[in-house]
Write a new protein. Sequence first.
Length: 88
Amino acid sequence: IACCNGAYAGQTSGACLSQLPSPPTMSPTESGGLDVYYPDYDTAWAEAGCINTHPLPSGRPTYSSQIACCNGAYGGQVSGVCLSQLPS
């Protein structure tokens, strides 16, 4: 990248950058989890928990923390799976 920026800083075609092994993109993929948690409705309720993986499914309620999600979405879960997934 340093070479492209130094030698071809004004290049509008992006040809130099496109030749890199992992060229930068204008729309990079997000890494890590979301800043919110949501219920995992794709798993059976008794076995489910709260997750923060991309992408956030449309229409899911969101919570600011994993414990808030467990309390809000799985408050009556007898198995305790959601709470067992909390970091210690």
